[in-house]
Design a protein. Structure first.
Length: 317
């Protein structure tokens, strides 16, 4: 079976681990958000790609939720002493090794897709990681004082500064890679991870040609709600949704994506049991829906969610 997953960040990493656990023999290709990427202290940092790679390799810091386990931060301390970089965006020494390697590969002329393949080959991660585009796209947040990089709004300000909107710089000149288009076209199922619908999945969908690829794939497209009982599963999705005028609810996010039968993206949408009352209305909107527990607490629970999402897509096949 061939499965394409659209994902971003730490929640996406947990979901992708569940996909691998549920379908160990499947060809799993993960289209990853690169809108959080940035140049910092001379190196190219790709937070979502690295979060997923580290989690699948089993070397992520599960306590902090990001970065490598067993980190030291001597290099970041030295950079701060020189007044270089962002002191509130600490890169661990092992993590910096990844960024240095990526930067070297990019400077040698490799695409981000090829560089990611080289980095991921270090570990038997069991999936193919695909950047959404080889062209740089960086998400900025519009605040009262102007634009700030998404990571500054997210990490430094913890979304306490009201967001007036989001801008993906460079997105109009970006395109999905051939590998991404092939992954979607050849998939037996396409899954939208319960990642942030605005700055993770939304950024992927903002790349010209991505929505067309999803609209024309013969595979069912099934999403998993990142909202449970009116609250974000993790992170700051609530603040992001509010900034674009979408209610913080499982059914509102489904309608934001839209039914594929009506020009949207979704064939199916999985909600938590806390939102079971929304199922019948979503079905009436042309989206197959079902309710089951959606907390990604354990690997087995994550795998069970994946199986339910795949089962929801089967009637279309």
């Amino acid at each position: 079976m061939r499965i394409a997953v659209l994902a971003g960040g730490v929640g996406g990493a947990k979901f992708v681990r569940g996909v691998r656990h549920a379908m160990p023999d499947a060809d799993i290709r993960v289209v990853v958000n690169t809108g959080d990427d940035l140049w910092l202290t001379g190196v190219r940092v790709c937070p979502d790609l690295d979060s997923i790679m580290y989690a699948l390799a089993g070397v992520n810091d599960t306590e902090r939720g990001w970065g490598r386990a067993g980190e030291s931060e001597r290099v970041s301390a030295e950079l701060a002493a020189y007044g270089v970089g962002w002191p509130w965006f600490t890169l661990g020494d092992l993590d910096l090794g990844t960024h240095l390697a990526r930067t070297s590969l990019l400077r040698d002329g490799l695409t981000l897709t090829a560089a990611t393949e080289r980095l991921a080959a270090r570990w038997p991660i069991g999936v193919t990681l695909l950047p959404m585009s080889d062209q740089p796209v960086e998400t900025h947040v519009r605040v009262a004082d102007g634009l700030v990089h998404f990571e500054e709004w997210w990490v430094r300000h913890r979304a306490a500064v009201p967001a007036l909107g989001f801008e993906q710089l460079g997105v109009q000149s970006a395109s999905p890679t051939p590998e991404v288009l092939t992954a979607i076209a050849e998939a037996d199922a396409v899954l939208l991870a319960p990642s942030n619908p605005v700055v993770s999945i939304g950024t992927i969908l903002g790349v010209p040609g991505m929505r067309d690829a999803l609209a024309t794939t013969p595979a069912p497209v099934v999403g998993v709600s990142p909202i449970i009982g009116g609250a974000a599963l993790r992170g700051m999705a609530a603040e992001c949704l509010a900034a674009i005028g979408v209610a913080v609810s499982a059914d509102a996010v489904a309608r934001h994506y839209g039914a594929r039968s009506s020009g949207g993206l979704l064939d199916g949408w999985l909600v938590d049991t806390a939102d079971a009352a929304a199922v019948d209305e979503l079905i009436g909107d042309g989206i197959r829906a079902a309710a089951r527990p959606l907390y990604l607490t354990t690997l087995d629970e994550s795998a069970a969610i994946v199986r339910s999402a795949l089962e929801l897509g089967l009637p279309r096949r």
